[in-house]
Design a protein around this ligand. Structure first.
Ligand SMILES: *Cc1c(COP(=O)(O)O)cnc(C)c1O
Length: 424
């Protein structure tokens, strides 16, 4: 049988034999990228993201599945004076067919990641998260009864709910911040039977998020001129760029990459700062001074990643350079205005990150960075939480244990080994 895809190191250009790897075996500081044998995008007869099974690195869909919804809003288009504004929504809003019950586009990543791991031999993914990613994996675990290990900062535990009980989740809360959660997750991922989920390095995660661009292009019959999104790690934006390259390869959707317009939330904007200085490296002293204090001030904390895949080959710097991209810093008041605008025009309670993205589009219109008739795709990456609370009974995921960062690793890895013996 001809394999469905290969993976290739973007930096070195070489094909990588072992498709389970997360980084280049030859040491290039680079993302690995999927190369699908089918250059034409055939639509599969499945729901949600699995309509795009051709360009997902799994053989079998994990059903039922939600997906991004592409739609338009006459009210918002009129308000912004844009004649070709397309919205993509990844969240919960049954009126338009949006059925992601975790409320964010992290669900687009979690589903193919879980499915791919099962197909590659059933390793248990270990995920460090500030909240939304952890919730997406917890929900998927509940839905398909497969074990996952999730590590989150203790103060994010209120975000770990699911719409059905999730007995296969090994949840660890950490007395510390997201970076501390990552440190603990690295220890747990070394336990036999577990693997690090990989974040931006995970091709299933990026290709799952790429379905936003695919769905918009299929709906409109073309690649948009401009793509707007709020970024924390930049993984979603890298995915949009990669999906657009595949669409150009298909030949039926145009031959121009969309220009990436990416937003962060002031006063924590490391990638905006580095990009505007023309630098591939993020310099903490210049690009994120007073990081802890400034992270505490933003309205959207999912946008506050301190170590994004920015400089790495195939990462966000390359994506911006290749697409002649722009970055935007959005202050909280502008985000709050955009939140109200979306509520009044589209009728959805947006995730704060999606409001930041909407605010960057408002900024681009005011500064004439885009033309009134340009084809624009605005990625609304999350929302609908009010409706989720109305329509579902939410189950809080209980932590198995809470750790401090100076605790010895043996204790917690021991608990995990025992848990795997019962659940693996
Ligand atoms: C994580 C997240 C983002 C940022 O996505 P990245 O891929 O990390 O850049 C934006 N919006 C929402 C709702 C998110 O959960």
């Amino acid at each position: 049988m001809i394999p469905k895809y290969r993976i290739r190191c973007v930096g070195g250009g070489e094909a990588v034999e072992d498709i389970s790897l997360l980084s280049c075996p030859h040491g290039h500081d680079s993302l690995l990228r999927t190369e699908y044998c089918t250059r034409k995008l055939h639509l599969a007869p499945h729901t949600g993201i699995y309509r795009y099974l051709t360009w997902l690195p799994v053989n079998t869909p994990l059903l039922p599945s939600g997906g991004p919804v592409t739609f338009t809003s006459n009210e918002l288009s009129r308000e912004l004076g844009l004649s070709n504004l397309t919205l993509s929504f990844s969240g919960y809003f049954p009126e338009i067919g949006a059925g992601l019950t975790t409320g964010s586009f992290k669900e687009l990543e979690a589903s193919p990641t879980m499915q791919r791991l099962q197909e590659l031999g059933n390793a248990i993914p270990v995920i460090a998260s500030a909240g939304n990613t952890g919730r997406a994996f917890a929900e998927l675990s509940a839905r398909c009864r497969r074990p996952v290990v999730i590590v989150i900062p203790e103060k994010a535990v209120h975000r770990l709910w699911t719409t059905e009980p999730a007995p296969e989740v090994f949840l660890v809360t950490v007395r510390g911040d997201y970076s501390d959660a990552i440190a603990v997750s690295n220890k747990l991922a070394a336990v036999p039977g577990c693997v690090p989920e990989g974040g931006a390095r995970n091709i299933a995660r990026r290709d799952g998020m790429g379905t936003v661009m695919l769905d918009a292009a299929v709906t409109n019959g073309r690649i948009p001129d401009h793509y707007f999104q709020a970024v924390g790690s930049g993984t979603g934006a890298i995915a949009a760029w990669e999906a657009a390259m595949r669409l150009i390869g298909d030949g039926g959707y145009g031959n121009r990459l969309p220009r990436l317009h990416l937003a962060q939330n002031l006063p924590f904007t490391p990638m905006v700062s580095a990009w505007e200085a023309g630098r591939r490296e993020i310099l903490p002293a210049d690009d994120m001074p007073d990081a802890t204090e400034n992270i505490g001030k933003v309205m959207s904390d999912v946008l506050t990643n301190r170590n994004p895949p920015y400089g790495i080959r195939g990462g966000l710097f390359d994506a911006l350079q290749e697409t002649n991209g722009r970055m935007y810093g959005v202050p909280n008041p502008a985000g709050a205005d955009a939140m109200r605008l979306a509520e009044e025009t589209v009728g959805i309670d947006l995730d704060p990150a999606a409001a930041v993205a909407t605010a960057s589009l408002v900024q681009a219109v005011e500064k004439d960075f885009i033309g009134p008739d340009d084809h624009i795709l605005l990625n609304l990456t999350g929302g609908g939480y009010e409706r989720i609370r109305e329509d579902f009974v939410l189950h809080q995921v209980p932590p198995v244990t809470t750790v401090t960062t100076d605790e010895p690793a043996e204790q917690i890895t021991g608990i995990l080994r025992e848990w795997i013996a019962h659940h693996g």
